[in-house]
Design a protein around this ligand. Structure first.
Ligand code: NAP
Ligand code: F7E
Length: 337
């Protein structure tokens, strides 16, 4: 199993989950900063490999899987990374209810496998590690919901196999920082979206359908519950925050969020307004298959620590996010219409 050889000139970063939404934004950011970017690719014929190679030819791919420790040791040895960004996961909450053990293996234990790979490679003193933690660890229940939004010290109460797996990942990452003095930082990120978002997530599902309705390619959209509220930001802003966390002089935990929360109905209103439709109701049907056994009713984050300590700021607001996504999807679908 041979991988690409490293050069000695640039800073090197290893990104797991490079085929995902954040992986794309992060690869672009690191490349623009002069990093040599290594990306993990799993599967013997990953359907996203070709698109990745076309869009980000600078990413040096290494075949590995978060559930396969040997492959991770190889990936770390090959890339000799100064920084590791662990973004790989089963990240869809609904899917995690249907595949709870797989979610535990990848989203929880995969992190342990990667941390151990760094340790056995003798790089624990020199490699900085970012763990992709999530607002899904909080759960949004009345009793643990602070008025000003969840922060780094709020109580956790995960409501899905995904949230539970991420909580294990969060604590094992912190444990390696405390036990072995590794530079491990966690970013507790609230929902972040954009033009690279997977079509299985509600925002992109909506903007893609709105674009299709606008172009006459589709006449309705089926969704689950519309009342849940989320703190939605733009993914490009959030990957900058990940990088800032690893440039800080010490490892720590940081919330990234907008400090605003909006319902799916509000998202629908803005998305349909972007194509000149004032009423979304005629186009939306409710389908119980998209409901979850337990829902996170409302998420609101308090990013003040990241703003104060890292100087992190966001550039895209909620209406800007919805508009950017709808316009992007109209452009993409127009090419095929
Ligand atoms: P995403 O688009 O779903 O991407 C997930 C990535 O994980 C994909 O590249 C996938 O690769 C990879 N992956 C899955 N199983 C793997 C395995 N066994 N070994 C190696 N890689 C594997 O997720 P995202 O939105 O970019 O999120 C990035 C990370 O941040 C995730 O850990 C997510 O849980 C977390 N997070 C996301 C948000 C958000 O709002 N986006 C908020 C908080 C935290 P394949 O192409 O091989 O499937
Ligand atoms: O759901 C509701 C659904 O799947 C948002 C992941 O990136 O952010 C994401 O998790 C809300 C939920 O994102 C549909 O029930 C209604 O209340 O877009 P989502 P999520 O579950 O918030 C967190 C922070 C992460 O860490 C995760 O990795 O929308 N909803 N109807 C629907 N959701 C989907 N997907 N599809 C529907 O048809």
């Amino acid at each position: 199993m041979r991988g690409p050889e490293v050069t000695d000139t640039a800073r090197r970063a290893l990104v797991t989950g490079v085929t995902g939404q954040d992986g794309g934004h992060l690869a672009e950011l690191l490349h623009s900063k002069g990093y040599e970017v290594f990306g993990l690719i799993r599967g013997q014929r990953n359907a996203r490999r070709e698109a990745l190679e076309r869009e980000f030819p600078f990413v040096r791919l290494i075949e590995a899987d978060l559930t396969d420790q040997t492959s991770l040791i190889h990936a770390v040895a090959t890339s000799q990374p100064h920084e590791i960004y662990n973004l790989g996961a089963i990240s869809h909450v609904g899917y995690s209810f249907r595949n709870p053990q797989l979610t535990a293996d990848i989203t929880a234990k995969g992190v342990l496998n990667l941390l151990e790979a760094v340790r056995v490679s003798g790089l624990s003193d020199s490699t900085r590690f970012y763990q992709a933690s999530t607002s899904e660890m909080f759960g949004g229940l009345d009793y643990n919901r602070p008025g000003a939004g969840y922060n780094e010290n709020s109580l956790f109460h995960p409501r899905s196999p995904y949230g539970v797996a991420k909580l294990y990942a969060h604590w094992i990452a912190r444990n390696y920082r405390e036990s072995y003095g590794m530079f491990v930082s966690t970013g507790i990120l609230f929902n972040h979206e954009g033009e690279r978002r997977g079509l299985e997530f509600v925002t992109r599902k909506i903007t893609n359908a709105v674009a299709a309705i606008h172009l006459g390619l589709q006449d309705h959209l089926a969704l689950g519950d519309l009342w849940p509220k989320r703190d939605w930001g733009y993914a490009g802003d959030y990957v900058r925050g990940m990088w800032q966390m690893l440039q800080h002089h010490e490892p720590d935990d940081f919330v990234l969020a907008t400090g605003e929360t909006h319902s799916i109905e509000e998202f629908l209103t803005l998305a349909f307004a972007a194509i000149g439709e004032t009423d979304w109701k005629p186009y939306v049907r409710q389908d119980p298959q998209f409901r979850r056994p337990a829902e996170v009713d409302i998420l609101l984050g308090d990013p003040s620590k990241a703003e104060r300590v890292l100087g992190w700021e966001r550039t895209v607001d909620f209406p800007g996010l919805v508009s950017l996504m709808v316009q992007h999807d109209i452009q993409v679908l127009s090419r095929h219409a």
